[in-house]
Write a protein that binds this ligand. Structure first.
Ligand code: LER
Ligand code: MN
Length: 272
């Protein structure tokens, strides 16, 4: 498994679970010194990757871009794939398509997390699932033709009422029918809320696990809560998961210390 740490370029997401903020140069310098392999970028839009020179800075530091978060489309524009408004849905789809294309040359898959949206009075659960499946068929094909994959992230009940468990995520992937280009992002914080047993769920997910978000039970950096990472890491090893374990955690007590806690936990349990 490979280690990664998040950096947010979206100032409006302050207070959110990202370890580093804004300064890509400083984040990469520190991440490299601590022994991380990659950085995951939460960007305001596809053009931000070039504008921030994040890919170049990461490469200069010998770091990979582990993934590209698309939640900025929600934070900044309130776009979702399941909105009652057709234009809003198509903006979300187009935003993700452009993020897929921006990340692909750097080997960075796009993540669909909060852009999945939620069902509501005017879009019932069946309709919301239909919107989501239709968008994922289009977007996973887009990822495939760009030579990359697409990551879909189940979210806990306080952030979505659509796809909350790994099992629901797996069922969505089989309905979409693109299991080679559509994988699940298993976020240990969301799983701590929704799964009965995190390790068992990861084992069931098997080769559908495409990315892992690492945070403790309280979304603090790994080691500052009560999640038992030992059986979780053992399950990931058992399914031969070789992708990124990426720290998406609150920058507490500060970014540097959060990155330090994370790498300690990664080295202790997850390192291959
Ligand atoms: C949101 O809670 C989250 O986990 C992100 O990765 C989704 O954009
Ligand atoms: Mn996450």
């Amino acid at each position: 498994m490979k280690s990664s740490v998040t950096i947010s370029l979206v100032n409006e997401a302050r207070g959110g679970p990202f370890v580093y903020w804004a300064d890509v140069q400083e984040a990469c310098k520190e991440a490299k010194a601590l022994g991380f392999t990659g950085i995951e970028i939460f960007a305001p839009g596809p053009e931000a990757l070039a504008k921030s020179e994040a890919a170049k800075i990461a490469t200069d530091h010998g770091l990979k871009i582990a993934a590209l978060g698309t939640g900025g489309g929600w934070v900044l524009h309130k776009w979702t794939l399941t909105s009652p408004d057709e234009k809003t849905r198509s903006n979300a789809k187009d935003f993700i398509a452009r993020m897929i294309e921006a990340g692909a040359p750097h080997g960075a898959p796009a993540i669909i997390g909060s852009l999945q949206g939620r069902h509501c009075e005017s879009v019932d659960q069946i309709q919301a699932h239909a919107y989501l499946e239709e968008a994922l068929i289009y977007l996973s094909q887009k990822a495939k033709s760009a030579g990359t994959i697409l990551l879909f992230e189940p979210l806990n009940r306080y952030e979505s009422n659509l796809i909350r468990t790994v099992e629901e995520g797996m069922s969505l992937i089989s309905k979409v029918g693109q299991s080679s280009s559509l994988k699940l992002l298993c976020d240990l914080f969301h799983m701590n809320i929704e799964e009965t047993n995190i390790a068992d769920s990861l084992r069931k997910c098997g080769e559908m696990v495409g990315h892992v978000h690492l945070a403790d039970s309280n979304r603090k950096p790994a080691g500052l809560g009560h999640t038992d990472f030992k059986p979780i890491a053992a399950a990931l090893k058992e399914i031969n998961y070789q992708g990124f374990v990426s720290a998406e955690a609150l920058p507490l007590p500060d970014s540097s210390k959060a990155a330090n806690h994370t790498i300690d936990c990664f080295n202790r349990y997850f390192k291959s």
